[in-house]
Design a protein around this ligand. Structure first.
Ligand SMILES: [Mn+2]
Length: 264
């Protein structure tokens, strides 16, 4: 086990096979960039393929750590009851990222339904210490505008912003994100980053959280090519999405992952 993997979480260690090749020996920077990935038992393969896509391309030392609700519950960091609006097990636990990084340095949170096509070093080069966090600031309103019986249409301000976040874990404003707060605050408060001023939220290009079915590639504009594909409505690991846009890229990454872990 390489020393870059200080985690003693057995779940992490078990899934670290072969990671050592991803830590170049000539890299003088010993600081490890922590990447917390939202984990859901129903999407284990998505997690593994996401992790594989990061590690295969990365040229800086990173540690990929799954955020598993069962582990958090047994260590007393997560106790809230699951609400009807939580589509994954990491809907709320994602906001423990600064806490889990000991409120030190920068760390990333990302959903498991992402596929990286690019060295994540490029993303870390966008980091600006003047912000408390940085993310893709998607601006879209729900397509469905049907109002039933005059009911007020639900809008989702900052929808999908929290699915990939670079956290400035040492920023004083993020100290508020304690287990107590994460276990008691509303989804709206957390997902809209209500604890921050707008000016404390930095922006990164949308290609780092490219929403399948929403964002579009312009073949004449290389800056629209996705660097991180987000299968936000469901990816090829689900039967009904096996032919979705960019399914081929995910499936070949899965083949590579299975070959390397000798599952084929
Ligand atoms: Mn997602």
């Amino acid at each position: 086990m390489p020393s870059e993997h200080p985690s003693n979480d057995p779940a992490v260690m078990n899934s670290c096979n072969g990671d050592d090749v991803h830590h170049p020996v000539d890299n003088g920077n010993k600081k490890v960039f922590k990447i917390f990935v939202g984990y859901d038992p129903r999407e284990d393969l998505a997690y593994e393929v996401c992790k594989h896509s990061i590690l295969k391309r990365v040229s800086i030392p990173v540690e990929v750590i799954p955020i598993k609700q069962s582990d958090l519950r047994s260590s007393g960091l997560y106790w809230r009851e699951r609400g009807p609006t939580e589509s994954t097990e990491f809907s709320f636990s994602r906001f423990l990222t600064p806490y889990l990084a000991n409120y030190e340095g920068w760390a990333m949170f990302v959903d498991c339904d992402f596929l990286y096509t690019t060295d994540i070093k490029e993303l870390t080069e966008l980091i600006d210490d003047s912000y408390a966090l940085m993310c893709v600031q998607h601006d879209y309103t729900p397509k469905e505008s049907t109002k039933m019986d005059g009911a007020v249409q639900t809008v989702y301000p900052r929808k999908n912003w929290s699915s990939m976040v670079l956290y400035n874990c040492g920023h004083p404003k993020n100290k508020i994100l304690t287990p107590e707060l994460v276990n008691t605050q509303t989804g709206a408060f957390l997902h809209r980053f209500t604890w921050l001023e707008d000016s404390e939220i930095g922006s990164v290009p949308f290609i780092w959280n490219f929403l399948v079915g929403h964002n579009k590639v312009d073949e004449n504009d290389p800056s629209t090519q996705p660097k991180a594909i987000h299968y936000t409505t469901g990816g090829p690991w689900f039967e009904m999405w096996k032919n979705c846009e960019f399914a081929d890229l995910w499936l070949s990454e899965m083949e590579a992952y299975k070959k390397e872990t000798k599952q084929v």
